[in-house]
Design a protein around this ligand. Sequence first.
Ligand code: IMP
Length: 198
Amino acid sequence: MEERYVLASHNAAKLREMRQILGELGIRVLSQEEAGVDVEPEETGTTFEENAVIKAVAVMEASGLPALADDSGLAVDALGGAPGVYSARYGGGHDRSDGERNALLLKNMEQEEQRAAKFVSVIAVAYPDGRVLTARGEVRGEIAREERGENGFGYDPLFRLPDGRHMAELTSEEKNAVSHRGNALRELKRILTEQRKA
Ligand code: IMP
């Protein structure tokens, strides 16, 4: 029988990515709307894992179906891993624009020679029988001194990959092939495949 998982997100791009990769395992990914659940759990965790699990468990409990959630962000070495789980709220609140958050990051990195950073994504799956699993993906790069590229979102214009391109210069297919979220999804696919063999 086809398995159905609900995605704890209102982001259409994430839904598309999850559908594509998990569809290869015969899993049908439903949006919250399709599953008839409307929950917005507060992300009170201090790690990506905790926040992903909070969201997946809340949607699993509301829908009675296995649920998937992801939590992601940018971790800058010289800033002790900031903005980290607070990436969407960097500088306080959700109402700043991506451009304002990028400007703040550039300012906070002005005096820093050490520019290493990584994007992190953790995907959690929560099952009605209480099992929870998580898959983590990362991509390493550097914080550039100026923005470049028009694609992607968030910190992509400032994130320079080892090949010199900024993340915002990649097409969405190129980004999926190297990104933290793509890597976490591929890791999740590997875990689910192993689980089926066991
Ligand atoms: P969320 O997990 O969708 O809540 O994302 C958290 C925040 O991390 C976003 O608002 C962005 O600021 C940042 N972020 C996560 N993934 C990416 C990405 O692929 N590119 C750029 N910024 C990202």
